[in-house]
Design a protein around this ligand. Sequence first.
Ligand SMILES: C[S@@+](CC[C@H](N)C(=O)[O-])C[C@H]1O[C@@H](n2cnc3c(N)ncnc32)[C@H](O)[C@@H]1O
Length: 478
Amino acid sequence: MAGTHGAALDRYAPLIRDWDAFVRATTEPRPTCVVANGNRIGADGLAALLDADACPIEPVHWTQGALRVPPPARPGGWWPAQAGLYQIQEEASLLPVHLLAPEPGERVLDLCSAPGGKAAQIAMALGNTGTVLANDKDSRRLAAVRDKMKRLGLVNLTACVHDAGDFPLAAGMFDRVLVDAPCSAEGTNARSGAGYERSERTFRHWVGGQQRALLRRAVKLTRPGGRIVYSTCSFAPEENEAVVESVLRDLPGEVYPVQVNVGSLPADPGVAVWGDHAFDQEVVENAVRLWPHRSGTGGFFAIALERPANATVYAPDPAEVEPAAPGEPADRTAILDPLVHRFGLDPADLSGLKLWEAGDHVHATAEDHRPPGRPRPTASGVPFTRRGARWPKPTTAAALMLGDAASRNVVALDRAQVDAYQARQAVQPRPEQLAACDGRGHVLLHFQGVSLGVGFLHPGDGDTPATIESQFPRAWMR
Ligand SMILES: C[S@@+](CC[C@H](N)C(=O)[O-])C[C@H]1O[C@@H](n2cnc3c(N)ncnc32)[C@H](O)[C@@H]1O
């Protein structure tokens, strides 16, 4: 059957026992996964909410916080996605962060982060504490990371633009570093056939050099005792086992592969022999490979590496690194008091936030978020309020973060009103829906206890009915 669906994959026929099943699997639609935004809702709560909305889901048992949505459902368009309750990932893409296993309060670097799925997953796993630095060399692709920061309320994430192979050691050491490397992407693009033409020898040779440089840099940026995950969505041993083996050889005693637990995920070890080369046994045994016909996911390779406690220190201790200031420190009382008063918020819910004035907005970051000054951040945390606004108004990002706890000037919408609001149409509230409102001004909109964003209430009078103007961001519309 070799040769039926793209000559570039035929080279893997010697590695795959059931070739026909492999070929079939690369053309079948795959389920999508949603990862609960633990800052706002747990996986069980999200499952109940989606279930109640008649959206088909099942839990992903091998990792935490994820639910599987069978095709052809498109969860990106559902209202809870717009409300920042989850992040969408292909199941195979959950693997690198599962292996990275980040912990609250840590300092984590994602060297190749755009469009930001895994950086968001890391930031959510840290529970909005600590520091996630999401780097990419492509500033346009980083726009998608910024969008996720706002929608998911990631106050512990900073984005920056730099060539990862040359990432400044001056940024200081990290507890964990993810290298989700640029690759020939055969594992994700198999269905469309896109990417096959890139899987040529010259591309593979070039990208292999890049991948080695990125992984070497990642090792030098990780503290002794810290963890690195290297991953690609390519099947090619040249981009996977060979890259890891060569970096282990270049940096002897500095880093070693570690065993990981992927539970019920049907995963395979690394490729043992390719051509006439037998790979390092430690790499083969500890690597995790997903072959689509066996795992029911896209193709993926990932391996976790750790630095020994006595490893060489290449970068400064983070405590000695001058942190970046995302702006001028803002006057907390002047900004928060009007919001607390109008929306009946609990000031304790705001105590973990630092506020900064920059550009048109006041921005919020986590109290313990300390991004380095180099490379220079392009965005930190979430825009919180507009500077100099006439009315106390949280941004939609702030409303999604804090609005669940609001008790005044809140309007609980019905399902049809939610669709109208998220389509930026005016909503006509019934009088009983305005019971918690005290007149003209901004209101927070809820559905099933979940904050959806901000509207502007025109209360109406005897002749004109009350109206809520939708202030849902145009750029977020489905
Ligand atoms: C596989 S994608 C990363 C996907 C991302 N981790 C996610 O989960 O959404 C690889 C990324 O590497 C970036 N990249 C390629 N070469 C790079 C380099 N030398 N330095 C930094 N980023 C690079 C690309 O722009 C691309 O966004």
